[in-house]
Write a protein that binds this ligand. Sequence first.
Ligand code: 4AZ
Length: 837
Amino acid sequence: MGTEREANEKASGEGDASQLEAASIADVSVEVATVDHTLHKICRKYRKTRRKPKGLKRLQAHLLSIPHLAVIITAVVFVVVVIMWSLLWVFLFRRESNSGVYFAGMFRVANVEFIPEYRQAESREFVSMASKIQHVVSNVFKVSSVARLYKQAIISDLSNNDKGGVLVHFWMAFVVPQLRSQSVCEECVEAIFRDSVHSSMMNRSSVGYLLGLPVDMDSILINAVERWDYSSSGAGSQCAGKLYASLPGLSVPLNVFSPWGGVSCHVKLTSAPGSVIRLTVTSFVIEPSDCVSDGLSVYDALLPMRGRILHRMCEPVSSSFSLVSTSNVMLLSFRLTDGNKSFRGHFEAIAEEVSMSQIETHIEPDIIGQIYSPFHPSLLPPQCFCTWKFETPSSALGVALQFENYVLKPKEVNGCEHGWWKVNEIIFCGSYVGHHTVFRIADHSPEVEFRCSSRISAQPFQASYSSYNISQPCPENHFLCSTGLCVEKSRRCDGLDDCQDESDEVFCSRPTKNCGGNSPLHPMFVCNGETDCTNGIDEINCTQETPCSAIRYQCNSGSCILKKNAKCDGILDCQDHSDEADCACGRPSSVKKTGSPPGRERIVGGDNSVEGEWPWQVSLHFSGNLYCGASVLSSDWLVSAAHCFSKERLSDPRYWSAHLGMLTQGSAKHVAEIQRIVVHEYYNEYTFDYDIALLQLKKPWPPSLSPLVQPVCLPPSSHAVTDSHRCVVTGWGYRHEDDKVLPSVLQKADVSIVSQTDCKKSLGPVSSRMLCAGVPSGERDACRGDSGGPLACQAPGGGRWFLIGIVSWGSGCGRPNLPGVYTRVNKFTSWIYSHIS
Ligand code: 4AZ
């Protein structure tokens, strides 16, 4: 047991440790030592000992006689075998049966005055206080149920905050036989420490006394950490830095380079109590990698505690942004592999922001002002608070808040994940969306309270406010959308998503085919590839240039044509021919009709597929077991559902493998490792909105796998699926809702697209990013295990297959009038291209 510095010195030799700690503070620049020098020393020593002493020559001749030689060889072999066996036992078997389990923790020692010397781990004051605290922590665990497994506690830092006393940051290590690894779980270790404090609490305060040390029960936090984190800041550290921002607003530069080799590095930032830290990232040059090899994790603590993560950067950053801590400490934990990797930025101490604004709005609704999230434009910290009090000039006028990409919805049973709002005592939850929304408050002097509620830093927001007429929120002849936007009444049921959530396009009567009339033909029939009017006027002039909208095909040149399904249909429609470029997709190899006979139940109500029938189908395995489906988009990208990766271990690409070109489980033509998982930033785990994720393979699959492995075509946003398309859902998921055994052969089931109106009627909260498909009887459907897999549709006449949906959710499987819900892929075309191209 010792302080962090002592532990470092013991492990790496005294000279080495001091060298390592000499890393510059403001400019943490890292160089990896070479072994050349050590090798030269060994060679010189070896040369010196090589000359033989003369008197030994006769003895040598005697020993080299045959009988003696045999005995010597036997003895040497025996000694070597014994040594090898011992080494094997020590390094393999012992290591395999025992493993280290590590924790980082913090607590507050109350009633002790913080002195500035505590900031220096070398100071006498720090060493004395740290050893006292260590003794206390060790004492707790040495008399606990895990005493025999407890190895050591290291006090790494002492800091102070505005609560008074001294905040203790510490590491703990346990050596645990693998069979007993459960006995030192995170909750168990924290409970042991809490119980000790609790049993020594005297009055009603939260402070308990451990060997006379006053510990604040409410401040205790212990998290399990990776061995990597423990050694990065302790014995094995290649780079460590501690920086202190003493003056508010004074910017301290912070640059980290790894020009010559890989580095893991912890940089600790602190500022005066009562302030918070703003870190500005100017640039971060790394390989995009899911933070497995390159990355930066920023913590709202001085040790890498999982519960206190503020932000993770796994991709390069080229445009500057900033983030804010919730107290006066912050930790930057870098992982940088070999190569020219660098971080540039600065940090500063800033005042905590508790804002309260009084805002008066004007009569004219078009006069607007702005409100901003706390610390705007910095990312929102996990804790913040802000109040706005509005006052309109008349009781007939309410307040309208227009957000760019944020929406307020009444709070339901689940907690609020992205902002907690109280508007005149009613609670709303905020979430991020990809469009504008307007939130109207029908009161002339409302009070609006906002609290941050994200687990990690969240996107900032801003809203424009204006007054509006409570009795008539929208101008005359306008329709009020669910997003709060007002659109002209004539735009209702016109086939265009004017409300941005399709609320103007649901509950519409089926449009009439006005083939000969004076009023324009409904856009649903125009240039959808099928002749809806007998006179054919719905399919004329389809390739002539026209103003762009979401339902018109956009050529690479930027110009748009009316033809919705122009992409890869074998006809050159765009003048630049871009509609027929990149069309090596969606064409299965010739299919032998050997699937199971109709009527035999598979998927839910599906049939066996045949080899090469769905060459984009991927089986995604988590820790070796089928977990989800996916579809091939290119030689190194797959697309799947975000909900497959939403929990902690599930988001780690190292646990996943992608099985390609497979018909029967276990017979993949290719198994690929995953480099990176990109989950949509607006994915909502309660509503399953934005349920889409991209997976990048470590290596592209070999072209020789074609045609058994092939991409599916990505639909442009204009893509229209009509009743004459054939849509098929495929996967290795369950064949019945309560089945226990998965099928081994890939299943396929033909389903029909269900209208958004009918789907909302049967399933309720179906967003415009979702699409429903099934059959009225429910006999054909996707189920658990199919998630993330494709719903592919083919135009009549044997065109290419497009990825129209991704299996997302449903109410059970195969139930009548409850279709399956899929992610509506054409809403994500540009999001997908922004990542994969
Ligand atoms: C699931 O749990 C799931 N019937 C997938 C699809 C459907 C239901 C559940 C649709 O992965």
